[in-house]
Design a protein around this ligand. Structure first.
Ligand code: NAG
Ligand code: NAG
Length: 216
């Protein structure tokens, strides 16, 4: 009898649990923007330690074949796609606290479909003066997976300085690490001899979450 009571109690508890609706998934905080990076737009290219032609060049890279490290990507915001690119001396990032400009693509790079699917914008719907809005990016070393070559372990920061219709400014900032591992977000392949390493974004959403950090 007691066992039956216990079973009934257990059953009603289970039924109750099942009937209780799941809590709604947490909404984005209102002061959040999310900027998707265009799929496969990210390219990181840098010199590897070895050339791939050790017999021919036992002392490493010949001068004529050396090249600077390069990162490029396009990132989607309300006003369209921003093209960002930087080159720097191998093994040395552009400099902590240095912000590099991104350029708004003039070739009709707007993609409302992507915005609706992946983007999130606290600014959307408010008027923006596009030619007074600036986007910049910064790179700093990231040690989340230990000490690695700077190129494949960086924190990418995006700063957006929005000028609104009333001429007020809002500064938004967000960052995310870029590294290469089995689960991404970057996938790197060794090129032919003297081509170094090329990394791109794996399939899957690669986005930067951003919050308002200032303005007036
Ligand atoms: C934001 O942009 C405006 C207009 O170009 C400029 O006057 C202001 O100094 C910028 N602010 C920052 C923090 O970059
Ligand atoms: C951005 O925010 C979304 C929603 O909160 C979260 O799922 C995602 O992991 C965040 N991405 C990064 C790179 O922080």
């Amino acid at each position: 009898m007691r066992l039956l009571t216990l079973l009934i109690t257990l059953l009603s508890f289970l039924l109750h649990t099942l009937a209780t609706p799941l809590p709604p998934s947490p909404a984005f905080p209102p002061d959040t923007e999310r900027y998707p990076i265009d799929r496969h737009s990210l390219l990181l290219h840098f010199m590897t330690d070895t050339t791939g032609l050790e017999n021919l060049y036992p002392n490493g890279w010949p001068e004529w074949a050396k090249f600077d490290s390069r990162l490029q990507f396009t990132i989607l915001m309300q006003e369209g796609r921003w093209q960002c690119a930087a080159e720097w001396t191998p093994g040395v990032l552009p400099g902590e606290g240095v912000f590099l400009p991104c350029a708004l693509r003039q070739d009709g790079g707007k993609g409302t479909g992507v915005e609706k699917r992946e983007g999130l914008s606290a600014i959307e719907g408010r008027g923006i003066i596009e030619d007074k809005t600036e986007v910049q990016f910064t790179l700093r070393r990231w040690y989340g997976l230990g000490v690695r070559r700077p190129e494949i372990s960086v924190m990418l920061g995006i700063r957006r300085n929005v000028t609104l219709d009333d001429e007020s400014h809002e500064i938004w900032y967000g960052e995310r690490p870029l590294y290469s591992s089995q689960s991404g977000p970057m996938f790197c392949t060794l090129g032919p001899p003297l081509d170094g390493m090329r990394c791109s974004d794996l399939d899957g959403p690669l986005a930067i979450n951003s919050t308002r950090v200032g303005g007036g």
